[in-house]
Design a protein around this ligand. Structure first.
Ligand SMILES: NC(=O)c1ccc[n+]([C@@H]2O[C@H](COP(=O)([O-])OP(=O)(O)OC[C@H]3O[C@@H](n4cnc5c(N)ncnc54)[C@H](O)[C@@H]3O)[C@@H](O)[C@H]2O)c1
Length: 422
């Protein structure tokens, strides 16, 4: 089978792409590449994912993905398997969480496992692109691991001239926003960092089939840090908004009004406060920087602490309402980590609802339009929105899902952590 060569934009995709990890990033990427004409094999360790994908169904909620999947699966361009089969280009999009230890140590075991799984089927001429958000040096770590498993192949290490490299390696972070993944995959600019310039060019040639955005070539370590810098930027700015909300509460001001007015300044754009910061990315990635440069990354660490502290503030506010009226029952609106997604990872709203339920058993009801995707509701009492509002005599707005936006402000005590009624 012909492999993708060093071209700027190959009009006719040829070659087989293996995408390791079929989650929020890997699955839409695999579907888009298949839609662009590649033969794609999706690899995932979760049999439920394999089953759903091969049936042409997405196991995640993402607008347009079901339609695209069923077209490319029916057309024979995408199939999912549990273990890697030979391919020409590899994309790795597996989780990269942080540990719960005090140093939030990055957990690279999924990347290691993905490298171990694909090493046996690697061959001369392959390109391996890591997409998982990673601490600086992870692509090099992956190369070392692949090299240890395949001493018969030459990898880009130890200053080896690129002409002597058998397997190219690159890093390209993903910037899409869940809920608009397909749209953004097709237009976002992309940073493509090669362990060698050839690897960057080859990876850029692949992505040219997917995006009309700029393909910005650099080295792998720079590309790794760019992604972390982007998410730390977001986190620091959200921390500023969250801190303003707590200061305004203390001095008796409406933070939404303050921000609205401040944002009329031509060079000010304060973000929206919320119940904290969640998800797989912004709440996690800045820790990679802190772990690598703890002395230098003081602002980034403080921002993380401010955002991680916000759920306690929200809990105290709604706790005061429940303490003031021992008969009060509160409806928590939204549990996802942000509006209009079925993603509950690191969700501060979910943490708040769980803590409230534990503290005030029988007095907390939750309404979440995406509750079907919540794998482990535990003790949470989930009800449809109308029933939750009918039963409750206090409301805690946690996530500004579209479904909640049309609601008039309830005539009961409200703690609005997400600006639903700003
Ligand atoms: N979700 C986002 O919006 C987003 C945005 C940018 C970057 N990222 C980054 O992309 C990476 C993937 O994130 P995600 O949200 O797609 O994760 P996810 O949890 O949705 O999907 C990961 C998939 O990988 C599978 N998997 C785990 N180990 C595997 C292995 N060894 N071999 C094959 N499959 C394996 C899991 O079963 C799962 O289906 C992470 O590093 C994340 O930080 C995510």
């Amino acid at each position: 089978m012909p492999t993708l060569s060093v071209v700027d934009a190959a009009p006719n995709p040829r070659g087989r792409v293996g995408v390791v990890g079929l989650g929020y990033i890997g699955l839409p990427t695999a579907a888009c590449l298949a839609g662009a004409g590649f033969e794609v094999i999706g690899i995932d360790v979760d049999p439920r994912v394999i089953e759903a994908v091969n049936a042409g169904r997405a196991h995640i909620v993402e607008p347009g993905l079901d339609e695209l999947l069923s077209a490319v699966v029916d057309g024979g361009r995408l199939r999912a398997v549990l273990a890697p089969e030979p391919a020409d280009i590899w994309l790795i999009a597996v989780p990269t969480p942080v540990g719960h230890d005090q140093f939030r140590t990055p957990d690279l075991s999924y990347v290691d496992a993905a490298a171990d799984a694909l090493a046996p089927v690697l061959k001369r001429g392959d390109l391996v692109v890591l997409e998982s958000t990673s601490p600086v040096g992870t692509t090099r770590r992956m190369i070392e691991r692949l090299s240890a498993a395949r001493p018969d192949l030459r990898f880009p290490q130890d200053g080896r001239p690129e002409a002597e490299v058998d397997v190219d390696a690159a890093y390209s972070p993903e910037r899409v926003i869940p809920g608009r993944t397909l749209e953004e995959l097709a237009i976002n600019d992309r940073v493509v960092g090669g362990a060698t310039p050839r690897a960057a060019r080859r990876a850029a040639a692949l992505y040219r089939h997917m995006t009309s955005g700029e393909l910005l070539q650099t080295d792998d370590r720079t590309a790794e840090f760019v992604k972390l810098a982007e998410n730390a930027f977001r986190d620091v700015n959200i921390a500023f908004a969250n801190e303003l909300s707590m200061v305004c509460d203390q001095v008796g001001l409406n933070v939404w009004e303050v921000i609205r007015l401040a944002n009329h300044h031509p060079r000010v754009s304060v973000l929206t406060p919320g119940p904290g910061v969640g998800g797989h990315c912004i709440a996690v990635d800045p820790w990679f920087i802190v772990a690598q440069a703890p002395e230098a990354a003081r602002l980034i660490r403080t921002a993380r602490e401010v955002n991680d502290g916000k759920p306690d503030f929200v809990l105290a506010k709604i706790g005061a309402v429940l303490e003031a009226d021992p008969q009060a029952v509160v409806a928590c609106l939204g549990l996802a980590f942000k509006p209009n997604v079925d993603d509950f990872r690191e969700s501060p709203s979910l943490d708040i609802a769980r803590a409230l339920t534990a503290r005030y058993p029988g007095r907390v009801i939750c309404a979440e339009p995406y509750a079907d995707a919540l794998r482990d509701p535990g003790e949470l009492v989930l009800k449809p929105l109308p029933e939750a509002l009918e039963t409750a005599n206090a409301v805690l707005a946690l996530v500004a899902h579209d479904e909640f936006r049309a609601l008039p402000r309830p005539r009961v005590p409200v703690v609005d952590a997400c600006g639903l009624w700003k």
